[in-house]
Ligand binder design. Structure first.
Ligand code: ZN
Length: 262
C-alpha cells in the first residue's frame, strides 16, 4: 500500500518546492493509498508552494435551441439533459470525469474555490491566482499561475487532460466557444469555453526537453513549466493550424476549428 512518505518522495523528486502548480491525476495506478486521496493532497501541499486543480461542473450546462454559429455544438440536441441541469453551488461536486483528487482538494483545509458555474478552480495557498478568474476569462488562473512561475504537474496521466494547453490555444487565437449554465433561476452565458483536449498528446515529443519526469514502480509524475508549455502550443499551431486537434470526424469542437482553417 502506498503511503504519505512514498508519495512525498515522488513529488519532491520534481524539485518544485517553491513553485505553484496546477495538477491533474489518476489515482488508480497507486492502488490502495493509506488514508485515501487526502494523503495525496497532503503530500502535494508539502512538496509544492501551492496547488490548484480544475473542479469543473458540467451538470450545470444547458444546450439552447439557437445560438452563435460554428460554436461546436448541436443546438436543440440536449432537451432531456437540459431538464436535469442543476444550478451551480460552491458545494457542488466536481464532475466524475475529473477523478477523486479535485474532490479531496476542494475539501482540504484552507481550500478556496472560484465561482464559475462550469469551469471553477480550487486551490490551497493560491487565493490571488484563483481570484483572477472572471466569467469572461475562465482560464485566467492558469495565466496568473504562469506569471508566478508555475508548472503543470501530471500524476499518472498524459497531456490529454492537461487543461493548461487550452490557454496556449487561446493565446494562439484559436476559436473559443460559448456555453450556457444554470445559476439560481437564470441561464448565464459563459464565453471563452475551450475546445477538445483528446488530441493534446501530440505535444509530448515536442516538449520532452522541457519535461521533468520521474518513474517509480508502476506510477509516474511529470511536470512542465507553464510558460514553456504555452510557447510550445503557439509554435505548434503556427506551424500547423490544425495541430493538437483530434482525428475524430464526429468531434464538434475540433470540427468547428477545422472549418475556420480549411
Ligand atoms: Zn476533438
Amino acid at each position: 500500500m502506498v503511503g504519505h512518505a512514498e508519495l512525498k518522495s515522488l513529488f519532491e523528486s520534481l524539485n518544485l518546492a517553491n513553485t505553484p502548480v496546477i495538477a491533474h491525476a489518476s489515482l488508480k495506478k497507486f492502488g490502495r493509498i493509506e488514508g485515501g486521496p487526502k494523503t495525496v493532497i497532503q503530500a502535494m501541499l508539502g512538496s509544492f508552494r501551492s496547488v490548484i486543480m480544475p473542479t469543473f461542473t458540467y451538470k450545470t450546462m444547458i444546450t439552447p435551441e439557437v445560438g452563435p454559429p460554428n460554436n461546436g455544438i448541436t443546438y436543440g440536441s440536449d432537451r432531456d439533459n437540459n431538464k436535469m441541469a442543476e444550478s451551480f453551488t460552491h458545494a457542488m461536486l466536481p464532475d466524475k470525469m475529473m477523478g477523486l483528487l479535485p474532490f479531496a482538494l476542494l475539501h482540504a483545509q484552507g481550500s478556496m474555490r472560484t465561482a464559475h458555474p462550469i469551469l471553477s478552480f480550487s486551490g490551497v495557498k493560491a487565493d490571488e491566482i484563483l481570484l483572477t478568474q472572471t466569467l469572461f476569462e475562465p482560464l485566467a488562473p492558469i495565466a496568473a499561475l504562469a506569471d508566478a512561475g508555475g508548472w503543470v504537474v501530471l500524476i499518472n496521466v498524459d497531456h490529454s487532460v492537461n487543461t493548461s494547453i487550452h490557454y496556449g490555444e487561446k493565446l494562439s487565437g484559436r476559436r473559443q466557444f460559448v456555453r450556457w449554465a444554470v445559476v439560481g433561476n437564470r441561464i448565464v452565458e459563459c464565453p471563452g469555453f475551450p475546445g477538445d483536449s483528446s488530441g493534446f498528446n501530440a505535444i509530448e515529443e515536442y516538449i520532452k526537453p522541457d519535461t521533468r519526469r520521474v518513474d517509480m514502480g508502476d506510477y509516474f509524475v511529470q511536470a512542465v513549466p507553464l510558460k514553456r508549455l504555452f510557447a510550445a502550443v503557439q509554435e505548434m499551431i503556427k506551424n500547423d493550424p490544425l495541430a493538437l486537434l483530434c482525428q475524430n470526424p464526429e468531434c464538434e469542437r475540433c470540427g468547428a476549428v477545422k472549418a475556420l482553417e480549411v
